[in-house]
Design a protein around this ligand. Structure first.
Ligand SMILES: Nc1ncnc2c1ncn2[C@@H]1O[C@H](COP(=O)(O)OP(=O)(O)OP(=O)(O)O)[C@@H](O)[C@H]1O
Ligand SMILES: [Zn+2]
Length: 523
């Protein structure tokens, strides 16, 4: 290949020179020198063709070059390991005002570290974000780096345990070394519970070594280095005490699910660059998305846009958002479901039971009842609380249980037997009853506050109290359904026919059904 290339190089030089000389000779008499313009054109054509061939021949050299580039890329990648470019600032983080306010002090420390160092002030180097998933912990940490134009290093606790098996402790050291070298920097360790969970007294396993290294690193850097470490977890209760001690992760910030105002802000951020129809009212959407996290809301905004594109629309309307909410809450709609007629009947009564009890007790607003299978559910009722609630009374918790038992009670009332369809309902009911007894002191056992020793000793009595609550709620639910059986049949048969009813349709279908309230009092 090399020989061929050398010969071709010489030949091309020779041809090139001939063409050049043909031009200089041409200044005189072209015919005398034997270079007609036709010949010259032919010569240029042949040279061009050979040149292309020459370039093709050169390809292996290019590959070699590419390999060198790849090697360089790999070494760059190693250098950039853990490093992420922060693309957001506080403007991109909606709501969370109290947390942002607290973080302003940290930002000031990074931006004006000299001011603090002069005063000998020790600024918290370890901050712990804790709270449910998808509430913006990662986003917030990235925004701290963005606001301070710091280098941003991210790692996940589970990565140290799963990806870097055997070298977790070494990777932690590397992470801190890099961050110190690039200071000012922000280190973000997500899922910190994966390495920071309580150590076992007798074991010296790899996870413990990684955690020990993390503790060493946290203790190791002083105020001269402007490095702030932010950890995040959904399970703060699992963390080793040592990690939370002063000087380590000693500032704890709870990042919870957004309230209605924050949901509105988050939806605004995520619909900012999307063409919205005039029927989309962000404040209404915020009310309809109770209990959802920022990640859910960003998902809904994106899903609504995708649905609109799928329908060949140029703007996103409220109907697309409603479909997106359903998709996010209830899962994907099952295409061509094969549900037997008998099953469809059972599901219709089951969902009608939930919806009707919700209406009777006037708990949350029923937004939709459907027997179209979604995800693993054969039917579902979407209900949303009217307002954000922070305190609930015993009566309200019982009402919640009754709505959940409405499905099972309707099945028993109409068909005289039970089915497996109430599995999830029963799980949720048991959870609430357990909280009522063990956390809220709402049973005859009185105040308990989730004390593990007490729970062990009183195990049987706790069960008895929980059963008492659930049984009473179930009896009451069945009574209600008996009184309103006519309405139950009406909802179920409409569902059989139309498969879905929205909140307004349900209200219209029931009319002034509460007229029976007096009868119920007498039951
Ligand atoms: N307050 C918020 N403002 C704007 N967007 C938000 C907010 N909270 C969450 N989001 C959106 O949700 C996405 C996921 O959030 P993020 O990854 O920060 O949550 P997280 O709390 O770190 O979750 P996890 O605990 O599961 O790691 C973000 O990329 C963003 O699009
Ligand atoms: Zn149910």
């Amino acid at each position: 290949m090399k020989k061929k290339k050398i010969i071709l190089t010489f030949f091309l030089i020779f041809l090139g020179l001939t063409i050049i000389s043909s031009f200089s000779l041409f200044s005189g008499d072209e015919i005398n020198h034997g270079f007609s313009s036709k010949n010259r054109l032919m010569l240029i054509g042949i040279t061009g063709f050979l040149f292309v061939y020459y370039i093709k021949l050169d390809k292996p050299f290019q590959y070699a070059h590419a390999t060198i580039n790849n090697d360089k890329k790999e070494s760059d990648q190693k250098d950039n390991e853990f490093f992420t470019k922060p693309k957001v600032t506080f403007e991109d983080v909606a709501g969370l005002d109290e947390v942002k306010e607290e973080l302003i002090e940290v930002i000031d420390f990074i931006n004006q570290s000299e001011k603090y160092k002069k005063m000998g002030a020790k600024i918290p180097k370890g901050i712990l974000f804790h709270g449910p998933p998808g509430t913006g912990k990662t986003l917030l940490a990235s925004a701290v780096a963005g606001e301070t134009k710091s280098s941003f290093f991210t790692a996940s606790g589970s990565e140290f345990v799963e990806k870097y098996v055997g070298v977790g402790a070494k990777r932690v050291r590397t992470l801190f070394e890099k961050a110190k070298k690039e200071a000012p920097s922000v280190i973000f360790i997500d899922e910190i519970d994966a390495i920071g969970a309580k150590r076992h007294m007798d074991s010296n396993n790899e996870k413990d070594q990684t955690l020990n290294q993390l503790l060493v690193e946290l203790d190791g850097f002083n105020t001269d280095q402007t490095v702030v470490v932010i950890g995040a977890t959904n399970r703060m209760d699992l963390l080793d005490e040592a990690l939370l001690r002063p000087g380590r992760f000693d500032r704890h910030m709870y990042i919870g699910n957004p309230n209605v105002r924050a949901r509105e802000e988050i939806l605004k951020v995520h619909t900012k660059n999307k063409p919205l129809a005039s029927d989309v009212k962000i404040d209404d959407l915020a009310k309809k998305t109770h209990g959802m996290s920022g990640a859910h809301l960003s998902n809904i905004a994106n899903e609504a846009a995708i649905i609109a594109v799928r329908e060949n629309q140029t703007i996103i309307s409220i109907k697309h958002f409603e479909q997106a909410i359903e998709r996010v809450i209830a899962g994907l709609q099952v295409k061509n479901p094969t549900v037997l007629l008998k099953e469809k009947q059972i599901v219709s009564y089951h969902e009608a039971g939930h919806a009707l009890i919700g209406k009777i007790l006037n708990t949350d607003v029923v937004q939709k009842v459907s027997i179209i299978p979604r995800g693993q559910a054969l039917g579902y009722v979407l209900h949303m609380p009217q307002d954000d609630r922070y305190i609930m009374t015993k009566e309200e918790l019982c009402n919640k249980i009754m709505v959940m038992l409405g499905g099972r009670a309707a099945e028993e009332l109409i068909f005289g037997h039970l089915s497996t369809g109430a599995k999830d309902d029963l799980k949720k009911v048991t959870e609430i009853a357990m909280q009522m007894v063990c956390e809220y002191g709402m049973s005859d056992l009185g105040y308990m506050s989730n004390n593990p020793t007490m729970m062990q000793v009183l195990g049987k009595q706790i069960n008895k109290e929980m059963n008492k609550i659930i049984d009473e709620c179930y009896d009451h639910t069945k009574q209600q359904l008996k009184v309103y059986q006519e309405e139950l049949e009406k909802i179920a048969s409409t569902l059989m026919e139309r498969e879905t009813l929205n909140g307004d349709e349900l209200t219209a279908l029931l009319g002034d059904f509460k007229r029976k309230d007096e009868t119920l009092e007498a039951v």
